[in-house]
Design a protein around this ligand. Structure first.
Ligand code: SR1
Ligand code: MG
Length: 442
């Protein structure tokens, strides 16, 4: 019997020797490890990511570290997050990859059956070494980078709207057998440390002077202090935190920002679900839309090579289309795949009461709408006032210009979080975004 090593972090140098016997890898890239070229490319906050190229192909090896890479070993983090990432990927593959029959017209009548974002293919998982060997996505790039570069991807709204509707609907009690969902809920409940990061970093730390927070200073000092003294905002952030923690509605991706999406002009892939946990449907949707709005507010800082007016309109269009596709697909799934214990057909369709199930669907979607606005608001705040910032703003070198972009986003985020119950449409939200964006900030 071969004895497995206890956990040891890989390096570009040690990887060929360590993974030479991993058939799932050698089958794809070739057995001759001398020919392997290994690069560590991880630019996220937590893990090691290697691209391994061999004579016959390439693959990605992602390995968790026993601490938060962004901070260092003073912040330990369990390796088991890799286990949750692996299990989330397998569920997302099954849920997002399955195309709805009788696809609703109106989303994109001419689309191919494979429309919708999918996850990378998994070749191998080693729990003890906390590593996942997976498909090397090429020529895909991180969506956030594409948006910073001013690239307009034609399919992301449709693909992301479909991905979210399918994974979030099919992971809930609207679709799953009650026992299966409860067992899965228990499995992912152990992803508590990653969940704790989200609970603190998104909902609490931005609203007080938490030790690891940072912001563009001194330019944003006053606004940061105002937001931290804003009672309505703090109460709303805590209501949202309560919702996130208590409403275990579906299996979330848990970190669905534009850095977790890889794109080409025609393809969209969703990666990195290590924050997967059961939570409210609106959380993933709100986080995704927040990142498009942040990209919108950051564009002014990237105008050195010319105006980004068209890019700004594109981004607001992406928000509208993503939500429209999500709603349409979610509604279609509600009508065709509502096989779980919630809103059971015996109460509605089986009695010929179509209107009852449509009424319930309207209310369900309305509550996602109200909550997604709140989650989007706090996500915007935490990326500007908290520990984990995003490149959309961080790559604006001129700090005065960066702070102007950030302060507009912060005001917009505050409006979403506090007034979410009184906001009726995305047209209204986007009009406000445009108004704030055009304001002159002293
Ligand atoms: C300490 S981890 C900080 C952030 O990085 C991840 O991508 C998540 O967004 C997390 O909140
Ligand atoms: Mg990540």
């Amino acid at each position: 019997m071969t004895k497995t090593l206890s956990f040891e972090a890989l390096s570009a140098e040690s990887l060929p020797g360590r993974l030479a016997g991993t058939r799932a890898l050698t089958e794809r890239i070739g057995q001759d490890t001398a020919a392997w070229k290994v690069r560590e490319v991880g630019d996220g906050n937590l893990n090691l990511v290697f691209i391994v190229e061999g004579a016959e192909g390439a693959a990605v090896v992602k390995q968790a570290l026993p601490y938060v890479r962004l901070v260092g070993d003073s912040w330990p983090l369990p390796l088991k997050r890799s286990f949750f990432e692996y299990h989330a990927l397998t569920r997302q593959k099954a849920r997002a990859g399955k195309v709805v029959t009788g696809f609703p017209s109106g989303i994109a009548g001419k689309q191919s059956v494979s429309a919708g974002a999918i996850v990378p293919e998994i070749y191998h998982f080693d729990e003890e070494q906390a590593l996942i060997v997976m498909e090397y996505l090429s020529p895909h790039i991180i969506l956030r980078k594409a948006l910073i570069d001013g690239r307009r991807l034609p399919n992301i709204a449709r693909d992301l709207g479909l991905f979210m509707a399918r994974t979030l609907f099919r992971g809930s009690d609207l679709h799953m057998k009650a026992r299966d969902r409860k067992e899965d809920l228990a499995l992912f409940a152990d992803n508590a440390e990653l969940c704790d990061i989200t609970e603190n970093l998104v909902f609490t730390d931005p609203y007080f002077a938490a030790p690891m927070n940072r912001h563009t200073s001194p330019q944003l000092d006053r606004l940061a202090a105002e937001l931290r003294a804003d009672r309505d905002l703090k109460v709303e952030a805590q209501r949202l935190k309560h919702l996130f923690a208590a409403n275990a509605e579906t299996l979330l991706h848990g970190d669905l920002h534009t850095g977790s999406i890889m794109v080409t002009d025609t393809e969209t892939r969703v990666i990195d679900p290590e924050f997967a946990v059961y939570g409210p449907i609106a959380f993933d949707v709100g986080m995704a839309l927040a990142n498009f709005w942040m990209s919108f507010f950051s564009q002014r800082g990237h105008e050195n090579a010319g105006s980004r007016d068209t890019m700004r309109s594109y981004l607001l269009g992406v928000v509208v289309e993503t939500w429209a596709v999500f709603r349409t697909e979610f509604s279609h799934l509600w009508r065709t795949e509502r096989t779980g214990m919630l809103y059971h057909r015996s109460l509605f369709e089986d009695q010929g009461d179509i209107f009852g199930s449509e009424q319930a669907l309207d209310r369900f979607l309305h509550s996602i709408w109200v909550d997604l606005l709140g989650f989007a608001g706090v996500e915007i705040h935490r990326r500007i006032l908290g520990l984990a910032h995003n490149a959309d703003f961080e790559t604006i070198e001129n700090e005065d210009l960066r702070a102007k972009c950030e302060s507009k986003a912060l005001k917009f985020g505050r409006h979403l979080a506090v007034n979410r119950h009184a906001i009726h449409s995305l047209d209204e939200v986007n009009a406000l975004a445009e108004l704030i964006e055009r304001e002159t900030v002293s």
